[in-house]
Design a protein around this ligand. Structure first.
Ligand code: MV4
Length: 484
């Protein structure tokens, strides 16, 4: 494999190119008109404009991207995350064009893209599922019986949904009918498919996911877990590895379950198996993400592995030589997603120009970004500026390092989630490790953050004033000596 086309933009395009170049592989970038001067365009050996700014007219044009790959002689396409990464039709078209899709086969993508098909696919294995249905339900009387059988509260989910869209909690039978109707019409308008299914609602879960890596020779490894419970409205904000709640025994059981999920769909490449962990530390398989995830760096820092390198090796047909028993967790890693959003204004996107942009650097600090000072934050794409990733010998050390790195991260021109990250890192619910997916809802208020920021600003103002007065003092002393 001499040349890879990277069908993505921003930090992940740069991240993929970094490893490709290190492996002696050249890269082709594709870009939209909004990204003419973007870092991923400059980092690539070749770059081609594929259309106007909206994704639907550029980064989502699979056929156009395949054409560029064929024209430039690229042998493989790396889809990154988002965009075409979990599009089974695209993966199939890439293969049919005689190119290598760096990811799983179209059938695995297709099965796991359908939450109910995913549940059915793993049935032959001993994988715990949340009690519920694995077929769409439409008949109200039938739904009532199922819900009564499961026991309230239940959760209605859209069969075609994902990312929490169209989910509804039902606390008692009296609310069932109305909620079902709302869920169905929401699913119909959001996904064009009104089918829903029902599960027992796990009230205060933690979101734990297992990284897997599979080759084309039947070897499947798990690279331990990531804890992703700190999220708001299904958008992850802080991720870490390892989780502070897994025992080695539970980690081993969840890891083996994840490997079985991958086996159930003939998985190849890097994938993530999502679980819910309830208050009693029972885990349940939710879904599998058939791509490299945003938060993969925390796994890289605790395993010492380069996941993109492994993806490329597996795509070339190489056998994974690593052995599960030889893998070890080294220290603790945290990731903060730095979004151009204002945590004081309900996380409203903050558009503008990066007047100042100086990411921190140092031992145990990694910043994956796709921006440079002076750039305009485009409104067409995800507002994530960067991922701030830190590594320490244990969890408290990683948290300390994160707070130092946040303090050293200089951004002006747009509001960011950096202060929110600091809020999380010093909150007792986070530092103690006892939090759930409801952390933000239960513990975050903009007022508290505002108070913190005001306190910091007032300290900064006093320090500056003190320095200024000192400076004036020295000036007048010097003046005095001059005249004397
Ligand atoms: C659940 C659940 C509780 N019980 N399923 C959210 C997105 C989708 N991946 C599944 N999700 C959930 N499914 C049952 N039966 C709670 C969530 C959930 C959640 C899961 C992971 C991370 C954050 C979450 C935030 C709210 C709800």
């Amino acid at each position: 494999m001499q040349k890879i086309l990277v069908a993505n933009r921003g930090e992940i395009a740069l991240r993929v190119m970094r490893t490709a170049h290190r492996m002696g592989i050249s890269t082709v970038a594709v870009y939209s008109e909004a990204d003419r001067d973007a870092p991923h365009v400059r980092a690539a050996d070749q770059a081609f404009c594929i259309g106007p700014p909206p994704s639907a007219e550029s980064y989502l044009l699979g056929d156009r991207i395949i054409e560029v790959a064929l024209d430039t002689g690229a042998e493989a396409i790396h889809p990154g995350y988002g965009f075409l990464s979990e599009n089974a039709g695209f993966a199939r078209a890439v293969a049919e064009a005689g190119l290598i899709f760096i990811g799983p086969g179209p059938d695995a993508i297709h099965t796991m893209g359908d939450k109910l098909a995913a549940k059915r696919a793993v049935q032959a294995y001993d994988i715990p599922l949340v009690p519920g249905t694995d077929e769409p339900v439409t008949d109200l009387q039938q739904i009532r019986e199922i819900a009564a059988g499961i026991g309230y509260p239940v959760l209605i989910k859209a069969a075609a949904g994902g990312g929490g869209k169209g989910m509804r909690v039902v606390d008692r039978e009296g609310e069932l009918e109305g909620q079902i109707q709302r869920a169905m019409s929401e699913a119909k308008s959001a996904f064009g498919d009104g089918s829903v299914f029902i599960e027992k609602y796990v009230t205060a879960p933690r979101h734990i996911e297992i990284q897997v890596m599979a080759d084309t020779h039947g070897n499947i490894l798990h690279l331990f877990e990531r804890e992703c419970s700190i999220q708001r409205r299904h958008q992850k904000v802080v991720e870490e590895a390892p989780s502070s709640v897994l025992t080695p025994e539970l980690r081993d059981r969840m890891g083996r379950a994840a490997v079985d999920v991958a086996r159930a769909c003939n998985y190849v490449g890097a994938g993530t198996v999502e679980f819910l962990l309830d208050a009693d530390h029972h885990f349940y398989f939710l879904e599998m993400n058939t791509r490299l995830q945003v938060e993969h760096p925390v796994t890289e820092l605790i395993t010492g592995l380069d996941l993109v390198e492994l993806q490329i090796r597996v795509a070339r047909g190489e056998e994974l030589t690593l052995k599960q028993e030889a893998l070890k967790i080294n220290g603790h890693a945290l990731e903060l997603r730095v979004y151009a959003e204002d945590p004081l204004q309900d996380f409203m996107p903050s558009v503008g120009r990066l007047e100042l942009y100086r990411p921190p650097a140092g031992e145990g600090i990694r910043v994956d970004d796709g921006f440079a000072e002076g750039m305009q934050v485009p409104i067409f794409y995800d507002p994530m500026l960067s991922k701030l990733i830190v590594h320490g010998e244990d969890r408290p050390a990683a948290i300390r390092r994160m707070r130092e790195a946040i303090a050293g991260y200089q951004v002006a021109g747009v509001a960011t989630t950096l202060p929110f990250g600091d809020f999380v890192c010093r909150h007792p619910a986070f530092t103690s490790g006892s939090f759930t997916t409801h952390f933000v809802r239960d513990h975050y208020s903009p007022e508290e953050l505002e108070n913190d920021l005001e306190r910091e600003a007032s300290v900064a103002a006093r320090v500056a004033l003190h320095a200024y007065l000192n400076h004036l003092d020295k000036l007048s002393i010097n003046k005095g000596t001059d005249e004397g």
